[in-house]
Design a binder for this molecule. Structure first.
Ligand code: BMA
Length: 832
């Protein structure tokens, strides 16, 4: 089938009020084209965002002239295939109107042979202003409550909602050809899709899997034959002209941490009765079953994922678009953050509903890396219209996206929307019109599309939800069933310890903000213009009062820092402390709680936010520490009680006991050694102990309770810290420090000198060892200007104990270079 990739032709664009045409890139969008043409400054720099809002009000046109060969023109059918037009577009071919669109999430195929001619042809696509569309369409639909769109009513248009602004993202309402565009010519029928149904019998130990294939042709045709080939790592494991395939010794696909991710290549070729090829489709498959297991149990109703029959505790983060401008993202852009997620021992990404249905690269990488995908449909927070045209557009969107994504091994759940019930419960319960529109989409159109195109992947109508309308979204019901978004910490300013108040079944959102590192700030704030409370930083903080809330939480735990860079470090330590308090609590609750997905993994521009990976790719303290609190074998401490000042601000603490847990979710059982030591800050051991433990998959076990009341009375809680560790086969696999008071009350020892030795292992790998004469908390090292990935950071340095990290570099380095660049400090260095 001859194909002409129109992205490769020379494109131009212009504002319809302008004369001059400028060079354009397809796929792309007007903002990145204007930037490349030096018509606008960097949208992410300073407060430029505020000066670029005029773009959303303009109409933009894109044109390309292209030649088609006689061979292509000789074919009986020629389709113009557009996989994504953002958003309100009218398509003209050689001056003739082909079609109009108003949903950026639908791919289109238009028969255009009669409009084409030999030689030069011209394609023109005019994008009308989305804002004008919103003002002129569905004007009868009034949003009961707006949550993120400062102008309003962006829900009237099917478009990446966070383009209109979000509490972590800028407002850049863009337009453009954001996905592939091509001509396809043929003179025979077309193999349009192949639906694959897996049948699993046998057990995970001795699996038996067969595939049933349902090819879909562009039009019905008799006596079409098929040839099916299934390969694994290039080796043919099955071949057949039958549409059901038995797979000999099937290799099951597992999420990260539970096993391997073998991916089979399934190739199906269709031929008509004359033997002419109608098309070949290749899909990568992971053989697995994924069930959302909701059965009645002692706590209420479970909410857990069974992968190949095994209950897996979900450890992950919420995924937002990788960039405000998503059209020209590369596989490398996706791999950077997804690989980082797996390095932090995550096994799941929640693809959040205010962004986009992602690119093939995203799903492919999640398949390869073993990252399950909780996939929201693209609806978030604000209620949506329900008129017939809207429902039809949503149906076409769901049909297109479900058929595109359904075969991916990583796909674990379809979720109707993000927080529509949570944020609009009262309106939905009291206003029948809004309720009907809601039900029509999330209990009507979407489940119907799934029933037709993917009746295997479970569906959950909204997040957070308790399973049906008879349950409200209180924390009490969250302790019994469904998934919960827990925002008492941050949005309700509750103390971090409040995570431990609720034994939730599954927490799919919770978060704490931090500032981005000085290195990332330097990408958008000129020197002297980076004060965290100054105009530029306020523009790069989209949660109202967010920069002050960060300071509030930092001040609850740490001493006042001596510089802004130290404040940034403390904000990241605080964020990590909050997320480890939450995630460890949820993991200790296993199997009552079977998932913890924190808000958010990544950023779409440089900003202060809840992310653990900065827009520049730098890992915040949280991401390094997530690697530890998501570890398959975890030692975790629960310290009941808290410190609450009484009248006169006199301190009173009820935290006198430490409960040591081991939490284990690796598939193979193990023997371990649990160790604990209570040190004074001068380094004296006042209590020590150890215990042999057995670690089994899916078990959280309270192994030891340390009653420290007497020791704290003797040694003073501000002058001690507990070190706990878990060893397996003599290797420490989990270790952490437990304080019995907030670090701001501890007079941490100041190291006279921290020894650091550097050994080059290869030109791109080094072993760096740190040794400190005294205890250092959250020791961080950096090699500014030398791109690197380290095996650990923001760790504890215990007195006179060497800590080694392996550091890998993207380019060859020298020892001298590393010695010159190496910087490090710990908590005590942040205040005078
Ligand atoms: C939840 C998410 C996002 C939001 C986040 C932080 O509401 O669903 O919409 O960005 O909290 O406020």
């Amino acid at each position: 089938m001859p194909i002409l990739d129109l992205a490769k032709t020379r494109w131009q664009f212009r504002d319809t009020t302008a004369k001059a045409w400028l060079p354009a890139t397809v796929p792309g969008c007007v903002h990145t084209d204007l930037l490349r043409a030096r018509q606008i400054p960097d949208p992410f720099f300073g407060t430029n965002e505020l000066d670029l809002q005029w773009i959303e009000e303009r109409d933009w046109e894109y044109r390309a002239s292209f030649k088609i060969t006689a061979a292509l023109l000789a074919e009986s059918e020629i389709d113009l295939v557009a996989e994504g037009l953002d958003t309100v577009a009218t398509v003209y071919l050689n001056g003739k109107r082909v079609a109009a669109t108003d949903n950026m999430f639908i791919g289109h195929r238009w028969a255009v042979k009669k409009l084409l001619h030999a030689g030069a042809n011209e394609l023109l696509i005019v994008f009308s202003s989305a804002l004008r569309y919103i003002r002129e369409n569905r004007t009868d639909f009034i949003v009961p409550c707006e949550f993120n769109d400062p102008v309003g009513s962006c829900v009237r248009i099917r478009k990446q909602q966070c383009q209109f602004g979000w509490d972590w993202g800028p407002r850049f309402v863009t337009a453009g050809i954001w996905r592939a565009l091509r001509l396809e010519a043929r003179s025979v029928n077309r193999l349009a899709a192949v639906r694959v149904t897996q049948t699993h019998t046998g057990s995970p130990a001795r699996p038996a899997v067969s595939l049933t294939l349902a090819p879909e042709l562009a039009r019905a045709e008799q006596s079409v034959t098929y040839w099916v080939t299934l390969t694994l790592n290039g080796h043919v494991v099955a071949e057949s002209d039958d549409l059901s395939v038995e797979i000999p010794s099937p290799q099951l696909w597992w999420p990260a941490g539970q096993g391997a991710q073998p991916l089979y290549d399934l190739t199906v070729t269709a031929r008509d009765s004359a033997g002419r090829e109608l098309g070949t489709i290749t899909q990568r498959l992971g053989l697995r079953t994924i069930v959302l297991d909701r059965h009645a149990d002692q706590w209420g109703e479970s909410f857990q994922f069974l992968i190949n029959g095994r209950a897996v505790f979900i450890k992950g983060a919420n995924w937002i678009p990788v960039n405000s401008f998503v059209a020209d993202l590369t596989r490398a852009d996706y791999a950077r953050d997804l690989r980082a997620a797996v390095l932090a021992n995550m096994n799941c990404m929640r693809l959040w509903g205010g962004g986009i249905y992602e690119s093939e690269d995203f799903y492919d990488l999640c398949d390869e890396l073993g990252l399950l995908v909780w996939h929201d449909f693209m609806f978030a927070c604000t209620l949506y219209p329900g008129d017939a045209a809207f429902l039809a557009s949503v149906r076409a969107e769901a049909d297109y996206q479900v058929k595109r994504i359904r075969h991916h091994a990583c796909l674990a759940l379809w979720c109707g929307n993000n927080e529509l019930f949570q944020l609009n419960e009262k309106v939905l319960r009291e206003n029948p019109a809004y309720r009907r529109a809601y039900d029509d989409v999330f209990h009507g159109v979407l489940p119907a599309a799934l029933a037709e195109h993917d009746n295997v992947t479970p569906y959950w109508p909204t997040s957070q939800w308790r399973g049906d309308w008879s349950h409200d979204n209180t924390h009490e019901t969250g302790e019994k069933r469904g998934d919960t978004h827990y925002w008492d910490v941050w949005h309700a300013r509750q103390p971090v310890k409040s995570y431990e108040k609720w034994a939730l079944r599954f927490c799919s959102e919770f978060g704490m903000q931090s500032y981005a590192s000085p290195e990332t700030q330097a990408t958008f704030a000129a020197p002297g213009d980076d004060n965290v409370f100054g105009p530029t930083m306020e523009n790069h903080q989209k949660n109202r009062g967010g920069n002050q809330v960060i300071l509030d939480y930092v001040s609850r735990r740490y001493r006042f820092p001596k510089s802004q860079d130290d404040l940034i470090y403390l904000s990241q330590l605080n964020q990590a402390y909050c997320m480890s308090t939450g995630v460890e609590h949820y993991r200790r609750l296993m199997p009552r709680c079977m998932g913890a997905i924190y808000w958010q993994l990544n950023d779409c521009w440089p900003v202060a936010s809840w992310s653990s990976i900065e827009f520049t790719g730098r890992w915040k303290a949280l991401h390094h520490i997530a690697r530890r609190f998501n570890a398959p074998a975890l030692v975790s401490a629960h310290v009941p009680g808290d410190e609450t000042p009484i009248i006169g601000n006199y301190r009173r603490s009820t935290a006198n006991e430490v409960r040591l847990y081991t939490v284990y979710d690796a598939p193979v059982s193990a023997k371990g050694l649990l160790r604990w030591d209570l040190f004074t800050l001068d380094g004296d051991i006042v209590l020590t102990g150890q215990k042999n433990v057995t670690l089994r998959h899916g078990e959280s076990t309270r192994q030891k309770t340390l009653d420290l009341a007497k020791l704290l009375a003797t040694h003073n809680r501000d002058r001690v810290y507990l070190r706990m560790a878990l060893d397996i086969d003599g290797v420490t696999v989990s270790e952490e420090t437990v304080f019995l008071a907030a670090p701001r009350f501890l007079n941490l020892p100041r190291p006279k000198k921290t020894a650091a030795t550097i050994k080059l292992l290869t030109p791109t790998k080094a072993l760096i060892a740190f040794t400190s004469p005294v205890f250092q908390h959250r020791f961080v090292f950096d090699l500014p200007g030398v791109a690197h990935l380290t095996s650990d950071n923001y760790f504890e340095l215990y007195p006179r104990e060497k800590k080694e990290v392996v550091v890998e570099f993207t380019k060859p380095v020298t020892k001298a270079q590393l010695t010159a660049a190496l910087r490090f400090h710990s908590l005590v260095d942040t205040y005078a």
